[in-house]
Design a protein around this ligand. Structure first.
Ligand SMILES: [Zn+2]
Ligand SMILES: [Zn+2]
Ligand SMILES: [Zn+2]
Length: 145
């Protein structure tokens, strides 16, 4: 399946740059290496469609990201991958420059301050993240053979 950058723009409708990561899910002794947009939703969708991870499963499963040995509930796997254990993705408040590791902790912060709420936020890349300008034109997934 090819995923055009346009599909990602829908995920970032404000036209801001977005952040992508190489997938290091490794089920066959080599990492997947496809690019994934750095949002919990996109990571969950990728893990589900490409790697068969049920993102609603309450049962524990092995995390196969890189050489991780953690056991995580399927429903929490995308959050685990986004966390500082792996991608270390964060959200920065543009009102006060505060950094939040999780979207929901940022959300609580923004709701507690009107000026921060109005200022909005931007995603901060973890170490392996690549920032892609919103006008970039390329395909994230290689064409299927
Ligand atoms: Zn993958
Ligand atoms: Zn892991
Ligand atoms: Zn703030």
């Amino acid at each position: 399946m090819m995923m055009a950058v346009n599909a990602l723009r829908e995920a970032a409708p404000n036209g801001n740059a977005f952040i992508i990561y190489r997938c290091k899910w490794d089920s066959q002794n080599h990492p997947c290496n496809l690019w994934i947009e750095g949002s919990r939703k996109a990571v969950g969708k990728h893990l589900n469609t490409k790697h068969g991870v049920s993102t609603t499963d309450k049962n524990n499963m092995r995390c196969l990201w890189d050489s991780c040995t953690d056991t995580v509930r399927g429903e929490n796997m995308a959050r685990h991958v986004m966390s500082r254990v792996h991608l270390d993705a964060k959200v920065q408040c543009l009102g006060c420059d505060g950094q939040y590791a999780r979207g929901d902790s940022y959300q609580r912060h923004a709701e507690s301050s009107q000026s921060c709420y109005i200022a909005g936020s931007r995603p901060l890349p973890g170490q392996s993240g690549q920032t892609v300008p919103s006008n970039a034109e390329f395909l994230l997934d290689p064409p299927s053979q």
